[in-house]
Design a protein around this ligand. Structure first.
Ligand SMILES: Cc1ncc(COP(=O)(O)O)c(C=O)c1O
Length: 362
């Protein structure tokens, strides 16, 4: 069996001229108030960055001591810091999920155990399926790509002495209904670490800024291997602004918009005959179709990039992930999708007839 390319991400699917439904960054550019802060920060870039204002602003936002928070070069850096923090004996990654945690663990010499959740029960997490001797458990919530939100109780049920539970909450700030975060638990509870990202909600994927929250000793362990000046001056300025009033208003408004956009997307996909994983809590949906790979290729020819599903452990070529976008974009996507589906169905019909004819001739 060909190994899965864990380094494949949605950005590889987007080429000039394609409308992007593959990458989960929710806004095409940072909002104007944030761009002004970034411009101001450009005046400071001759100096080495000082991350302290970002730590203070985010700690204030979440009401925790600064020692419980580590700002990182995007959430992605956090996975590497965690992989390096200890010699893990049995690190386990709950799949299907974002592949960087497993990549980072492997790159740092760890042998990774996978727990694959299933479609049959909506990709729900049953904590009792996690082996007792797993000393690191990584789970996404809401999970990319299933868009499944695990209840806080299920996450807390994973915590036990001698284990670190890492919860990737990169999409929690815009999750349906406000989500179900364990952020406050992580500050109070040994063995729980939360990852957050600012790149999706604020259009900062190219600047890279995220953070880790947990008890001060776990945070100190993760900080040990973080390179100096890992978070640049623009990232620091962005984090301060995002943690402020305008940032929080932006998040609230976007969460509301995304909830409507996701419902619109689900309704349209469903009426086009696609099988959508129910109750998506994140700003993207996971879709099953027996010709998903052909559908994706056909949609590329029609100018739309959709995220392939086969590079997520536990999924395969019959899956696609589609990002929520504003309704006019979704309408354009669905118009093209209807044509592509018609062409695929027509082709399948022809193939079925040919199969039948050759059977009749035989
Ligand atoms: C679930 C999840 N976690 C983390 C990340 C990485 O986020 P960042 O851009 O902050 O590194 C992504 C990016 O797609 C993601 O989907």
């Amino acid at each position: 069996m060909t190994p899965i390319d864990l380094g494949h991400h949605g950005d590889r699917e987007v080429q000039p001229g394609l409308v992007d439904f593959a990458v989960n960054v929710a806004v095409p550019r940072p909002p104007p108030w944030l761009r002004r802060e970034l411009e101001r920060a450009l005046d400071e870039v001759a100096r080495y960055p000082d991350v302290a204002p970002a730590v203070d602003a985010l700690a204030r936002l979440h009401g925790c001591p600064a020692a419980c928070l580590l700002v990182t070069n995007g959430a992605a850096e956090a996975f590497t810091l965690i992989a390096r923090a200890r010699r893990w004996h049995k690190p386990l990654v709950v799949h299907p999920q974002f592949t960087e945690p497993e990549s980072a663990l492997r790159a740092n010499g760890h042998l990774v155990t996978r727990l694959i959740l299933e479609r049959d029960n909506g990709f729900a997490l049953d904590p009792s399926r996690v082996p007792a001797d797993a000393d690191l458990v990584v789970v996404g919530n809401p999970t990319n790509p299933t868009s499944r939100l695990h209840p806080r109780e299920s996450i807390l049920a994973l915590v036990r002495p001698g284990r670190l539970v890492v919860v990737d909450e990169a999409f929690m700030d815009v999750a349906r209904g406000g989500g179900d975060s364990v952020l406050q638990d992580a500050i109070a509870c040994e063995g729980l670490l939360v990852i957050r990202s600012l790149t999706k909600t604020f259009g900062l994927a190219g600047i890279r800024v995220g953070y880790l929250m947990g008890t001060s000793d776990v945070i100190a362990q993760c900080a040990l291997t973080q390179p100096h000046w890992s978070v640049n001056s623009l990232g620091v300025a962005a984090a301060v602004a995002c943690a402020g009033t305008q940032g929080q208003e932006h998040t609230r408004a976007l969460r509301g918009d995304l909830a409507l956009w996701v419902s619109d997307l689900v309704a349209r996909l469903t009426s086009a005959g696609l099988d959508v994983v129910r109750e998506p809590a994140g700003p993207f949906v996971l879709v099953h179709h027996r010709h998903a790979a052909r559908l994706r290729d056909g949609m590329r020819r029609r100018g739309f990039a959709l995220r392939r599903g086969d590079t997520f452990p536990g999924l395969g070529p019959r899956w696609l992930r589609i990002a929520a976008r504003e309704p006019s974009m979704t309408a354009a996507l669905l118009a093209a999708l209807a044509q592509e589906l018609a062409s695929i169905n027509h082709g399948s019909h022809d193939t079925a007839l040919m199969d039948q004819e050759s059977e009749d001739l035989a």
